[in-house]
Structures are given as structure tokens and as C-alpha cells.
Design a protein around this ligand. Structure first.
Ligand code: SAT
Ligand code: MN
Length: 581
């Protein structure tokens, strides 16, 4: 037993005072045991085992259904190191505050000790974490989302290194809820929430917030990105990354089934949420998916939007906060059929449409990656996959065109850094408000984004041939509020244009913002679009971008002198080009 691990578990046991300790081995038997236990105590509800074998429903505390960004802190010694993009608390103060809350918080409960590996077994890029939790729901989800047990111990034996994460539900009270990160110590303390991103500490806490900090120190990158392969009709596969804010269709894009009937393009899934990126000896950027499962948004999932997920979540899935029909099947808004009479909403109440939504807008599924029909044969390749393009995307009903390409890596870094996004239900707070969400990392960057942008610039210089950078927007609306682009499987047409640009082809025109596709550059054969839609989707909204450039400046200003000069230079050039246009 690793002495550091032993000592930390002992200390945590003394503090939280659990009744029992369960060391997780990651076995199927253990998973089944956790499910049985939760069925017994009501944490899980059995769904219809004929039609949804191995599927269960968890209803969380209604006060605990999304990430709570306001209660999430980066605790560095210096406030400036956390930056204006994070809530900050002094590490000693945070420890003192949470020590009180953790004191006896596991009384009468079992502490699960969960050793887990983030990344493929045998990959030099993978890292070990250990989570201590009093939530069997968290333990079961960690089983699905990470590689628990042996793969972690094997690595731990070799390196001796792990990231500790202490988690307790305590009394699930927002007044006493904190998600605290100590990047200098590589430690997470999370209390008072059982929700995914707050409680599955391998995910946002380790694989993004702490890992982004470690990546900066060690010369790699941890990003909020999907990883896909796009195979062309000739059978050649090109790998791409996509950074989109939470609940903006990342899982749908990652598992996309091409709706392009006339042409044989195929998407394969390497990851749907997080990418760890390294530069190899040849100067090529490579990506691994640190996770082993999907924690996807359920509402809106149907046979059109994501047929692969629809099939995948028919078995061995934990549903959180969906509705349930009288036939004990899960139901959600956008599933493709009406809720039968007698459906219970996500809080277990008899539902009618006057009560609002039956499923919570941020209801989720947890499913193993290997159950995904489009999973890439290289999804757990220890070397990762070589990356040719990075796509930034977000919800914008106006201004941002369907797609465009940045001029250079540096210019692309500004494009990512200045990305505006409409907020979604994945975090508590108002939905649909435009905020700057650089690289879709605003809630997940474990240090000041001034240094983060600098790190992006530095990484670009180390790459032999940096990936091309693109911006996409599937969510553009017309004046009447109707979507201009059909999205989902039709997005393959945009990916095809991106592939053509990678190959030095693909029609484009130069604008002050970057290379925009010409209205005929994206193949629309067989699509029924409104007249003039492609013109509108590829037009330059000069006043909109001028305002956008102003709000980028507003976002960048508080970073002060720490902001890289090159970002300001790129911003200045952008404004100049816009004014001259
Ligand atoms: O934060 S979660 O991992 O629960 C989901 C998300 O917001 O991307
Ligand atoms: Mn996410």
C-alpha cells in the first residue's frame, strides 16, 4: 500500500468518521452490489428491466441538479494566480472552513475509497486519482466514468503519484456546499452536493481544473473538448477536437450519424467531454480521452438528434432526474413521443404539462463508452490520436456564422479566448445569457486565464504543424427566431468543409474575422433550407462583431498586465480589420 495513500485515508477517516470503509476494486460484482444497495435504500429506482435492462433512475435532491459555479473555488496562495475567471479563497481559510463541515460528515455511512485511472491503461499520459466519498451513487458513477481498481493500482505502484479528492454529501445543503480546488497541492475537497460535475471528482475537478494547472506546469493541455475521427469516403480518418460549453450538443456531435445520404462520411467517437493533449516527439498534437464513460444531457435526445445515444442508453445506464412513465420507462422532453398519462416527473410527482417540464433540463445519463456503437477503435489507444483541427463552438442565435476558419494559430487563440456563449441549464443561474466563455473553459480553468491564453500561444509554437482552428455555430436563428441550420446529423456537411480546408481545398473568402465559407462552399444537396439561409449563415455581421470585440476587451481588461501582449495585438488587428472593412 502506498504510504501517502494510507496516511491520507486514515486522516480523512478520523475527520469524517464513517461507520464503514469500502475499498473499491472496480469489479462488476462490486457495481452490482452498489446498485442493489441503492435499490434497497431508495437512492435508485428500478426501471423496466424488459425494455431497459440494467437501467436505473436516480432522483437527486431538488436543490442539487447542476454544477454550482458560485460555490466552486480555486484556492491558490496568491489570488492573482486564480485570476478573475475563478472564485478564490485562501487555502488555509478554505481548509479551516471545510474541516468543520467534514467533521463527522460521514457518521453512520460507508466511506468508499475509489482508486481510479484517468486515461487508457498503459498510456504515459494517464493519471491516477483517488476519491473518498460517502455516496454510493458517486461510487457507481465513477465505475462507469473512469477505470476503477486495478488499472489505477498498477499505475500507482509504478509512479507513486495520485490526486486525492475528498467528497461528502454531508447534509446536501447549498448553504454548506463547496467545491474547493487546491491546485498547488493537487487536491480537491467537495462537500454538500451529489451532482455529477460537483461530486464525480475525476471529471471537472481533476481532469479539467487540476489537470489544466498541471498541464501548464508540465507542458501539455487539459481541455473541455470532444474528440472525433472523421472518415472520408476513401477510408482515411482525420481527428478533430471540439470545444463547446456544457449542454451545447457535444455528445450529439461526438456520436453523430451522418445524415448525408449521397456521401459516405463517418464520425467515430474518441471522447465527448474532455481531452488531454500532448505534443509528441514529431511535434504532432495528440489527444487522449481521460474518461471511460459518458455523462450526457438527456433532454432533446431522440432518434433524429442522436440515434447512437438512444440505442446506447437502452441498457446499463444510470438516469438522473428524468421522468418515468407508468410502464417504468424513462421519459424526457424531446424523446420523440408524448408522455403517457400517469407519468411521474423528475421529483416523482404525477405530472401534467401545466407543471412545466417533466424531466429536469439538466437530467443526465451515465453509460460506459464501450457501449457506444460509434466508439473509435482507437478510443483507448495509449498513444492517443493525432489532431488536425480544433473546433470552437457555442450557442449564438445571432452574429456568429455557421462556420469559419482562423487565419493562424495565434488568431485562432484569440477567437477561442473571445468566444461568446449563451448559458445553459448545465449550471445553476439564468439560461440564455451571452457571456464570454473562452475555449468553453470558463468554469473549468484551474488558474488565471491570462496565463492559460499564454500557454495556448506557447503550445502552438512547439507544434510542428498546429491544428487549424475553426469556429462553428449550429444555433443561428433568423429574425423570426427560427433555426437557420438543421444541425445534428447535417453538421457533417460543415465537418466535410473543415476536412477540405485541412486538405488545402474548400471554398472560402477572407473577411476581417477569418476565412468564411462562401455560400456555396458547404454542400447542401438534399437539404431543405429557407431561401437565402446559406447567405445569412455565411454573412459578416460587422456591427455585431464590433460589439463582440468590445465585450472581449471588457472580459480581458480585468486580467491586467498578466494578459499576453500577443492576445492584445491580435485583438487590435481584429478591430483594425473590422473598421477598415
Ligand atoms: O459538470 S458536469 O460534468 O456534471 C456536466 C457539464 O456541465 O459538462
Ligand atoms: Mn462538459
Amino acid at each position: 500500500m502506498n504510504p501517502k495513500l494510507r496516511q491520507w485515508v486514515d486522516e480523512s477517516v478520523r475527520l469524517t468518521k464513517p461507520e464503514k470503509i469500502h475499498w473499491c476494486d472496480g469489479s462488476d460484482a462490486e457495481y452490482r452490489g452498489l446498485i442493489q444497495l441503492m435499490l434497497k435504500d431508495g437512492t435508485l429506482i428500478e426501471l423496466n428491466q424488459q425494455t431497459y435492462p440494467g437501467c436505473y433512475l436516480h432522483r437527486s435532491n431538488p436543490n442539487d441538479v447542476a454544477r454550482t459555479e458560485g460555490l466552486t473555488f480555486i484556492c491558490t496562495k496568491k489570488k492573482d494566480d486564480a485570476g478573475p475567471n475563478n472564485n478564490w479563497m485562501d487555502p488555509a481559510e478554505a481548509k479551516a472552513k471545510l474541516t468543520k463541515l467534514f467533521d463527522g460528515s460521514m457518521k453512520g455511512r460507508t466511506m468508499y475509497v475509489i482508486p481510479y485511472l484517468m486515461g487508457p491503461s498503459g498510456s504515459a499520459y494517464s493519471k491516477v486519482g483517488v476519491e473518498l466519498t460517502d455516496s454510493p451513487y458517486v461510487a457507481a458513477n465513477m465505475h462507469v466514468m473512469t477505470r476503477v481498481g486495478k488499472p489505477a493500482f498498477d499505475r500507482l505502484d509504478r509512479t507513486g503519484e495520485f490526486v486525492p479528492g475528498l467528497h461528502s454529501l454531508a447534509d446536501v445543503n447549498p448553504e454548506r456546499r463547496f467545491i474547493m480546488h487546491f491546485p498547488e497541492e493537487k487536491l480537491v475537497w467537495s462537500i454538500g452536493s451529489g451532482y455529477g460535475g460537483n461530486a464525480l471528482l475525476g471529471k471537472k475537478c481533476f481532469a479539467l481544473r487540476l489537470a489544466s494547472y498541471m498541464a501548464k506546469e508540465q507542458g501539455w493541455m487539459a481541455e473541455h473538448m470532444l474528440i472525433i475521427g472523421l472518415t472520408d469516403p476513401g477510408g482515411r480518418t482525420t481527428y478533430m477536437l471540439g470545444a463547446f460549453p456544457s449542454a451545447s450538443g457535444k455528445t450529439n456531435l461526438a456520436m453523430m450519424v451522418s445524415a448525408f445520404e449521397s456521401q459516405d462520411y463517418k464520425v467515430s467517437t474518441v471522447g465527448d467531454d474532455i481531452a488531454w493533449l500532448h505534443i509528441d516527439d514529431e511535434g504532432q498534437l495528440r489527444a487522449i480521452n481521460p474518461e471511460a464513460g459518458f455523462f450526457g444531457v438527456v433532454p432533446g435526445t431522440n432518434v433524429q438528434s442522436n440515434p447512437v445515444a438512444m440505442e446506447m442508453i437502452r441498457s446499463n445506464t444510470i438516469f438522473t432526474n428524468v421522468a418515468m412513465t407508468p410502464n417504468r420507462e424513462p421519459w424526457w422532453e424531446g424523446i420523440g413521443y408524448d408522455a403517457p398519462a400517469g407519468t411521474l416527473d423528475w421529483q416523482g410527482r404525477f405530472w401534467n404539462s401545466e407543471m412545466g417540464k417533466a424531466a429536469h433540463p439538466n437530467s443526465r445519463f451515465t453509460t460506459p463508452a464501450k457501449a457506444c456503437k460509434t466508439i473509435s477503435p482507437r478510443w483507448d489507444d495509449p498513444q492517443g490520436v493525432p489532431i488536425s483541427a480544433i473546433i470552437f463552438g457555442s450557442r449564438r442565435s445571432s452574429v456568429v456564422p455557421l462556420a469559419f476558419q482562423s487565419f493562424t494559430w495565434k488568431n485562432g487563440v484569440l477567437m477561442g479566448a473571445g468566444m461568446g456563449a449563451e448559458t445553459t441549464a448545465a449550471a445553476t443561474g439564468a439560461v440564455g445569457v451571452v457571456r464570454r466563455d473562452p475555449m468553453a473553459m470558463l468554469p473549468f480553468c484551474g488558474y488565471t486565464m491570462a496565463d492559460y491564453f499564454g500557454h495556448w500561444l506557447a503550445m502552438g509554437k512547439r507544434m510542428n504543424k498546429p491544428p487549424l482552428i475553426f469556429r462553428v455555430n449550429w444555433f443561428r436563428k433568423d429574425n423570426g427566431g427560427k433555426f437557420l441550420w438543421p444541425g445534428y446529423g447535417e453538421n457533417i456537411r460543415v465537418l466535410k468543409w473543415i476536412l477540405e480546408r485541412i486538405d488545402g481545398k474548400g471554398k472560402a473568402r477572407e473577411t476581417p474575422i477569418g476565412y468564411f465559407p462562401t455560400p456555396d462552399a458547404i454542400d447542401t444537396t438534399g437539404l431543405k433550407l429557407a431561401a437565402g439561409a446559406m447567405e445569412e449563415l455565411t454573412a459578416l455581421d460587422k456591427p455585431g462583431w464590433l460589439k463582440g470585440a468590445d465585450s472581449m476587451k471588457e472580459f480581458f481588461d480585468p486580467f491586467g498586465s498578466r494578459m499576453p501582449k500577443e492576445i492584445w495585438y491580435e485583438h487590435e488587428q481584429l478591430c483594425k480589420r473590422l473598421h477598415a472593412f
